[in-house]
Design a protein. Structure first.
Length: 575
């Protein structure tokens, strides 16, 4: 039977969305029930298309699709299983309802072949049939929505990690057959946490939505962009002619991202670090391709951010070494390979005296020897070990101070806070607990906050510093002179000491810069009620000049290098 045309009539209240229903009548004549169905639907645009041939119905589904398919078998019922299978294959997303007097076994076979429901003609009215079709459509839509949610990011609407991996796997399979090249880009928003901290999480979410839209607008139909997690995005490009082609894409992305983003009451500008992995071997697992792009992205971060890097064999070697170092560092924290050394700090009054120590963490690596903080603290921050290392340093430093204070009650110990620790709102409570466990008051501890860390973390660092001070912990601004913290912010910070960066000491006595700068800082610190401490003192000439300028305290190789606690105790005994 050929198509019987399009029919639009009035529908019941529950049918709020226009539907396109394909009716396939495998029976002689026009059954009364199906004809009455045409009068049971509403006037909101429901389209009924009728046909009497499976081949014709299949083509209709391939060409136009359908909201639902009604397969009417007539009486006696025509064979259903093969017809259901063909229709379901042509439009697997369209719910298929079978209408006919089927026994239980034949109905089950129809369901297994792809039917969503099997209805008996003798038990239905036209209104019930229309309702059944509507419910079938709504069930299918609900299932599609659940499937979409499972594979898409709820904030941006982009594919999520799981769907991106699936599409990357399909792309690699295609490239294996066609010989085309595949590229994976891994993007990370630089300093995204500052947006959340300064403007709020709603602004951060809005920023991610805008970035997602910008990335989406740059893609060809065959390409994919996904939100991989947090502030990370991944992009998939197929059929590329050369690396130059994807480099041009990365450059366009960088320029687009840097355009102003208008939020509710402010404007933000951000940059991204991009890692690029060109996949020449289609047999590479999708996870490995993403890992290579991620490795290149971290390389871009290390080289200054707001740039892109291509993955190569050297990057692969660095990534392997990094993973090995990461495993070793986690074990080092667990088994106690991190040790504290103590650098003495002396008062520069007329009678020079030992007033305290700076506790400096060292890693006693079983193969590489003693590693300095610069060789592993950045890695600890990246892999989420900053809190664990900070707790270890605070507990050991305060425990050691408690033992020393039994003989030297005025002694103090300072520890350094990393930029990541300044983002931890639980830091004050952790330090208070560490002091309590050691039997000390919080004011026994001095925490040193780098000027550049204050500049990087802005208001968040200031709030954490204020919370520390309210808890009784004493604060010193470390490496002063290397950043750009304003005098107004410096005035408002609850610090008791400025530590002058060692680079300025090399200019002492050379006219006019170094000497004038140190003199000015002494006056600045004292006017703010702070003491000035000099770091990196290496010569007697520097020491005499610092004393003459009124610098309060100093440390450095001339006064004593960092030493293990046993040697520090010997220094205390000598006075």
């Amino acid at each position: 039977m050929s198509s019987k045309g399009v029919h639009v009539t009035e529908a019941p209240p529950e049918m709020r969305q226009p539907l396109r229903i394909l009716i396939v009548e495998l029976s002689d004549g026009a059954p009364v029930l199906v004809s009455d169905l045409l009068r049971a639907v509403d006037s909101l645009g429901t389209v009924l298309v009728r046909t009497g041939r499976i081949a014709e119905a299949t083509q209709e589904l391939l060409d136009h699709g359908a909201s639902a398919v009604l397969l009417e078998l007539g009486s006696p019922p025509a064979p259903a299983e093969e017809a259901v299978a063909q229709l379901h294959a042509a439009a697997p997303q369209a719910p298929l309802v079978v209408l006919g007097e089927l026994d239980e076994e034949r109905a089950l076979r129809a369901i297994r072949a792809g039917a969503q429901d099997v209805l008996r003609r003798s038990q239905l009215t036209p209104a019930q049939l229309a309702r059944a079709l509507r419910f079938a459509v709504e069930r299918q839509r609900a299932q599609a929505q659940l499937a979409h949610r499972a594979l898409h990011d709820p904030l941006t609407g982009l594919p999520n990690r799981e769907l991106f991996l699936d599409r990357l796997g399909v792309a690699l399979d295609r490239s294996r057959r066609s010989g085309g090249r595949v590229a994976v880009l891994f993007l990370d928003v630089d300093n995204f946490k500052q947006v959340n901290d300064s403007l709020g999480h709603a602004a951060g979410d809005r920023l991610l939505v805008v970035l997602a839209d910008r990335l989406r607008s740059m893609l060809r139909p065959m390409d994919t962009v996904a939100r991989f997690g947090g502030d990370e995005f991944t992009l998939l490009f197929e059929d590329l002619a050369s690396e130059r082609e994807v480099v041009l894409v990365a450059e366009r992305i960088s320029r687009s991202v840097q355009l102003p983003i208008h939020l509710e009451q402010s404007e933000a500008r951000v940059t991204v670090s991009i890692g690029i992995a060109m996949v020449d071997d289609p047999g590479v697992p999708p996870e490995a391709a993403i890992r290579d792009a991620d490795t290149a992205m971290y390389r871009a971060k290390e080289r200054g951010r707001s740039r892109f890097e291509l993955f190569d064999e050297a990057a692969k070697l660095r990534a392997t070494r990094r993973l090995e170092l990461e495993r070793e560092l986690r074990r080092a924290v667990e088994v106690g390979q991190l040790k504290l050394h103590y650098q003495p700090r002396f008062s520069l009054e007329e009678e020079r005296r030992l007033i305290g120590f700076e506790a400096l963490v060292r890693w006693e690596h079983p193969q590489r020897g003693l590693l300095l903080p610069s060789e592993f603290i950045p890695l600890a921050e990246e892999i989420g070990l900053a809190r664990a290392v900070g707790e270890l340093v605070a507990a050991r430093a305060l425990g050691q101070l408690a033992r020393w204070r039994a003989q030297y009650p005025e002694l103090s110990v300072s520890i350094n806070l990393s930029p990541r620790q300044l983002e931890d709102t639980g830091l004050p409570a952790m330090l208070i607990a560490a002091a309590r466990d050691a039997g000390l008051e919080p004011d026994a501890l001095v925490v040193e906050i780098g000027e550049q860390a204050l500049e990087r973390n802005g208001e968040l660092a200031a709030r954490v510093a204020e919370a520390l001070r309210e808890a009784g912990v004493r604060i010193a601004i470390d490496d002063y002179g290397t950043g750009a913290v304003s005098l107004e912010r410096l005035r408002r910070l609850p610090a008791e000491a400025l530590k002058l960066h060692e680079s300025f000491l090399s200019e002492l006595g050379s006219p006019p810069g170094g000497t004038a700068f140190v003199r000015a800082l002494v006056g600045l610190a004292h006017s703010l009620g702070m003491s000035l401490v000099a770091e990196g003192v290496e010569t007697d000439e520097q020491l005499r000049a610092l004393q003459a300028f009124g610098v309060d305290a100093a440390q450095g190789s001339r006064l004593g290098p960092p030493v293990p606690p046993e040697q520090a105790a010997e220094l205390l005994a000598r006075g």
